[in-house]
Design a protein around this ligand. Sequence first.
Ligand code: NAP
Length: 495
Amino acid sequence: MICLTTTENTLTKALKQVENNKSYIDMVELRLDLLDEGELASAQIFPRLCALPTIATFRRVSDGGKSQLNDKSRMIKLREIVLQGDFSYVDIEEDVKKSDLKIKCDEESQRADFENELKLKGIKIIRSFHDMEKVPANLFALVTKLAKKGDIPKVAVTPNTIVDVVTLFRMNEELKDVKEKIIIGMGDFGVCTRILYKKIGSMLTFASENEIAPGQLSAKSLKLLYKADQVNNRTNIYGIIGNPVLHTASPKIHNPGFDAIHYNAIYVPFLVDKVRAFFKLAELIRIHGFSVTVPHKRDVLPYLGKITREVKQIGACNTVTRIQGMWKGTNTDYYGFLAPIEREISEGKIKSALVVGAGGAARAVVWALRNHHVKVTIANRTIEKAKLLASETMSNYIEIDNIPKLNENVDLVVQTTVIGMAPNEDEDILESLTFSKPCIVYDLVYKPRYTKLLKRAKEANCRIINGSDMLIAQGKLQFESFSGYHYPHWVNIEL
Ligand code: NAP
């Protein structure tokens, strides 16, 4: 189930949030602590108005909420609201004392047993535990203890490394007897657990319009992009590893492709600090293949049983697939780069190229050009790296300040540095170069789509190619390695 957490301060605005997301969600969490105080008096009508199973949550500050009330007063208020409304669940933190749940009412002489009242009304209790800093060592014992009371255990914890993520994925197997449980990995490392919530054994995942908890995704992307609620035992898992990785556009290539060919598969971003631990996770949850981005393109090499010629030459791998029990590494950056200039290359129209940069992407570019007999000159800020790549590939190299003033002797200019993308959108690393004749100008930056360099080249009647063309081309090749099918031509990729 996908559960929308309301983040508004009035009931009207919270209902609007539900309306906006209605086709993506199965239930709602009404965050009472975020509502203005005056709104609480009518909060009981919310479940009826939104017509979806609703959780009442009155979160205190120490657990990431806004309620400043002490536990006793908070439980009194929560009871007033919940018992008058049609809530399906109520969230009570696991350390709220029994005595705070025996509530003294004005008109009655005996204390009311709030837990019992909820049970009589058929409202399920979610007993929640939050750790905003880490994944505690006693997590499994904690869930077992909470479940023994007959309530639904909820743990929202913060993984700080991929090793913690492995712990969360182990919960499915270790706690399979606890049928109804909610497990959430917060923060950037936890994003993959929010998407693959069914694989960690969680009955639901939370979504919000404006990330009320760290790492929360929108209901729309969980439902439409990832189809997270359709994951089952037969779903093949793919993904991308990197650090950082959450900005990646690759899920927007692979997930719509899988969907279009009716392949039961999902493609998820995994923030990875330690590649070794990720391979453990890949075995644990049977990941079938993954893309690799900065800074892990070299780090994965020791774990691969088989590599292609390009990976060997470039010294970097961006695609890993599981083949006959072994990990195979390929490099689709190499072919993805060539795809938009395939015709010119095969017709021998590109004889010489200027490549700016000597990082991982430049290595794929230079090798691809050299293997097609193009004469290459490399310019890079750190001259030693340009020199090294030039000597490996039998190319020339020059200081970045010595880039020629005119493009007279080059058929292709390739920009492979980070200059041109945020936060360097206003910069043009080749500003000293004037396009005195039309040539092909290729910028690997894909966001923004048209860099300052490309705009200038277009004005000078050059053919321009942007990084999204390469990104899509390399992504489609990865898709073929992953699924065994050509990328469906009818999918309109929106990065
Ligand atoms: P990388 O290995 O870290 O290399 C970064 C390159 O940028 C190096 O040449 C580096 O020069 C240069 N650089 C960094 N900061 C600079 C600055 N302030 N001034 C001048 N040069 C600077 O990264 P990468 O993997 O090669 O990626 C580079 C770019 O290509 C990124 O924008 C990435 O998004 C893009 N890319 C696009 C695709 C695609 O499919 N479109 C695929 C791969 C990469 P030094 O050697 O002097 O540090």
